[in-house]
Design a protein around this ligand. Structure first.
Ligand SMILES: [Zn+2]
Length: 275
């Protein structure tokens, strides 16, 4: 499942679906890819699987992204999920991979971007505000058993006025009909594969395998800055004392990492819709 992704790109059906494993140190992507290859070969006609970052994934231990400058590139490795800049000449290995992935998404009807989180997030999906009402995005939500959806804005304004690009540099902000699926690490191993197969079976057959249900949309508006730490008692998706819903919050490594100015995202509002 690590590397040479083109070797398992062989779906022949007219309507194809793409699975992307973007971060080399995360487990949901390869678990799902391995399950399909070994247990559900019937799906290989419809579903392609792509190792997004073969260089990072094939290191021991696997890395989130490459660290140094890969020969042939001019910049150090970057987070693949912040490397989508379609009109720019790639400088890092990940910026080049992002363009390869974008090219592949064009041959596929819908794309799932599979992640694992070290935060205590349970399971959720992430979509871009830009594609909030996109038909393909809604089709993926309707086929998924996951009820929490995080809506990422194109960018976030920092207290000093600087704009930090968010969805615009990720897959979901650049591709209509794409959704990120996020599981915490333990849950990815317990139910992540089963859930994702339920979702894929619903998409491929054209009929969701789950009933319409209440879906909670959390509209991200800010970062949770370290200078405004709501404390370790604050829980993901629960309104905190500071009046917002923390999302992807609480990763201990962020607390300790001086280069990260934030602890997660803050959603100011929550909407409920039956999908
Ligand atoms: Zn990830």
């Amino acid at each position: 499942m690590r590397g040479e992704p083109e070797r398992i790109m062989r779906a022949t059906a007219e309507e194809k679906y793409l699975l992307v494993w973007p971060h080399g140190d995360e487990t949901l992507g390869p678990l799902v890819g391995h399950h399909i290859a070994t247990e559900r070969p019937d799906l290989l006609e419809h579903v392609n699987y792509m190792c997004g970052n073969p260089r990072a994934a094939s290191q021991t231990p696997p890395q989130r992204h490459t660290n140094g400058i890969t020969p042939g590139y001019t910049a150090k490795g970057t987070d693949l999920n912040r490397s989508y800049s379609p009109s720019k000449k790639p400088e890092s290995y990940e910026e080049w991979r992002a363009q390869e992935i974008l090219r592949e998404t064009r041959n596929h009807r819908l794309t799932l971007d599979l992640h694992t989180s070290t935060t205590d997030i349970g399971r959720c999906m992430l979509i871009s505000e830009r594609y909030r009402d996109d038909e393909g995005v809604r089709e993926i939500i309707a086929a998924s058993p996951i009820s929490r959806i995080v809506v990422l804005p194109e960018n976030i304004t920092m207290p000093n006025g600087a704009q930090v690009e968010l969805a615009t540099t990720g897959l979901i902000g650049n591709v209509a009909g794409s959704v990120s699926v996020e599981y915490n690490r333990e849950l990815a191993a317990e139910t992540g594969v089963e859930d994702t197969l339920l979702l894929i079976d619903g998409l491929v057959s054209g009929t969701p395998r789950v009933a319409p249900q209440e879906r909670e949309f959390f509209n991200v508006s800010d970062f949770v800055l370290k200078t405004q730490d709501p404390g370790e008692d604050a829980k993901n998706f629960k309104m905190c004392d500071l009046g917002y819903y923390p999302v992807l919050y609480g990763e201990n490594s962020y607390r300790k990492d001086p280069t990260k100015p934030y602890l997660g995202f803050a959603a100011a509002t929550r909407e409920i819709e039956i999908i």
